[in-house]
Design a protein around this ligand. Sequence first.
Ligand code: C2E
Ligand code: CA
Length: 787
Amino acid sequence: MEKRKIVIPLTMFCLYYLTYLCFNFSNNDALMDIIAPLGTLICFIVIFNRYLKSKGEKLRHFWLFIAMSSFAWAAGDIIWAVMELCFKLDPEKNTILTGIYILPNVLFFLAAAVFLCLHIKKWNMVQLSLDIAAISTSSFLLIWVLFFNRSSAMFYIITKDGFMSETSIILDFIIIAGIALWFLSVRAGKTSLFVILVFTGISIYCFNDLYYYYIYFNDAYIPNDIIDGIYILSFIFTGVGAVFGNKINYNESYTFERKPNEGVAHNAGILLLCPSLIIIIRGFDIYSLFASLAIIFIYEILSINTQNAIKKNLQLDKEKHLNIILEKKIEERTREIYKVNEELKEKNLELAFLSNQDSVTKLYNRRFFINAISSEIDKIKDDQLLAVLFVDMDRFKTINDSYGHHIGDHVLVELSNRFRSLQRENVIIARLGGDEFVFAVLGTHEFEEIVKFSEEIISCCNKEFIIDDYRFNVTLSIGASIFPIDAKDCTTLMKNADMAMYHAKSKGQNKCAFFNKVLMEKVGKTNEIEMMLRNADYDKEFTLFYQPQFSIPDKKLLGIEALLRWNSPQGLISPCEFIPIAEEMGHIVPIGEWVMKEAVRQIAIWNRKYSMQLKMGINISPKQLDNKNFINVLKEKMESEYVDSKWLDIELTERITIEDEYRIAEISDLFQGVGTSISIDDFGTGYSSLSYLKMFFFDRIKIAQPLIDSIGEDTYDKEIVKAIITLAKSIGIKTIAEGVETEQQLDILTELGCEEIQGFLLGKPMPAELFEKVFLNNIEKINTEGE
Ligand code: C2E
Ligand code: CA
């Protein structure tokens, strides 16, 4: 606050009051009448100015009432002067003037009330009113006892002047009591100087007013006496208060809560005891004492209730406060939970996506597909069919192994896109895993329509796949199974479609097979064989048959092929039947080991016994090569039987070569250093091109029996056989023809330059003893006969 703004009005007030006091001593009434209103007018201007600046402040009305009280007093003084000086009238007897002089009481009362109302809460206000009422009444009682000696004269005097003086006196008492209690109250925040100044001014006014009435009623009032000076001083106090009240930011609140440990000062009840004590000291009077004690008694009772209410209120406030804190915390927590929930929702969506979709192709996954068709089956109508088509990509493993998983994934994605582009209603497409896809077709379809759809699926791969710089010709195998014809539940439906797919695969590439009775029987048989294989006692149930291999044209015994025979509890089962099942179920590894040990043992015996260098051909299934231990078992057996590696020939099916070039390289490494020769079995039945031969390390080609079978009639097959033999010769690989049954075949093969033969013509597969008897006991004879 600028100093100037304080100093100027303060100096003005001081100068004025000094002047006033000087004139007061001069006893010049006329001059006093003129000078008196000037002070209150200055006060009015200063306080009204404060009021004008208080826009938006909560004490705005307080300042207005204070300003107006100065104005009222100034107006009273001006009227007084005019009446006395101009009209020579006696102002003291003028009721209007009396009324004007009472206005400051009313306005101060209003100002104090506004102030307290703004700073005191509901129940504290009740307590304050109670305190004020009790103190005012008992002060009144005290005055009556002290100054009027309990005579009714006081009431007479007060009432004789009408209600105005009564109102004034009552208001004075109330204001004094109110301010005193305000002063004694428990307060929060530092009391501002302007509040102290204004309330001091008002208090001075009220005390002075009471004194005035006392003198006035005793007819001892002299105008322009010291009383008038004190009146003006009281207004000056309020004016100074307004000067200091400029732009003050204050934060005050008052409570009238009685706390046991807060002492006497804060209990208005103690104040009330004073009048009673004084009454007793002044002369014991039972009525006044009774009145005094009655006031205390009523006051205490009302106070107790009010205090309870205050405490409840405080409690309530505390609870409200706690509730607000709690609500805030709950709100924060709710926000946090909401956030976590949102995150969870996102995660759930992600999970739902992951749990229903295949991450590579974005098609549905197995889980979703099974659930979907299960529920479709549950609500399928009588005239509807649900066909499940198992689609398997041929040779996908080769792509994956040769070009890497990245390219493999691209092929899968491209394939999925092509499937999607088929755009059929009521068709669900899913990827089951690897290169296996599945379609579910629901509707009132004819069987032919499903066949047509399968063909459409196959033909969507007609166009070659171009991924990065690579080009692929993709072919598919499809197996179909139809609900409710082939299966009555989801699991069987899927299993049957899978089985049909395997059947389709066995028929070649781009083939579709429907599940049927024959397949079903095959399944039954397969299951039966699988069960028996699992429980088979190898040494008791398995035997090896041996089939001789001869060189041509001299028909010299060169080698033997070991062929497995299984005398199962249900009789003899062909290896063509049980070997694929054993391969699928994983039994081929122990079975293969058994065969290998037995064949190695046998060739060791025979070659030693007959001093020969015969080769024992052992059929090895691709699954056996997956087992890393295979070569170790072979080596161990060779070592333990002291078998020369040249005595063994490993027959690997042609499937290996077409499956996987990369695999071939692996196998080549595997046999490195073992020393056995390797033959490609059943060459010509598969799909390998002759150019493959150049790339590999085989020692011998076994030309498949189907080619030999038709060699006599079919010139085309003869041409193939001729090409194989020529090519093999050119790269230094031997050829052996399998399944030679006739002399004609033998002649043709001899003519084509084939080097070895194996077949019923020269020897069927037979048990070891018989083989020994037929081919080894008279080995000299056989070999010379051949020559
Ligand atoms: P494969 O390796 O092609 O064996 C030759 C098959 O042709 C044998 O059938 C043999 O009995 C038969 N065969 C030989 N000469 C003639 C003939 O002139 N006319 C006719 N019609 N057939 C002839 P088998 O013994 O039934 O074996 C079938 C297949 O089972 C074998 O074909 C081979 O792939 C597999 N196999 C047999 N033994 C084993 C084995 O110990 N391990 C593995 N992994 N597979 C085996
Ligand atoms: Ca063979």
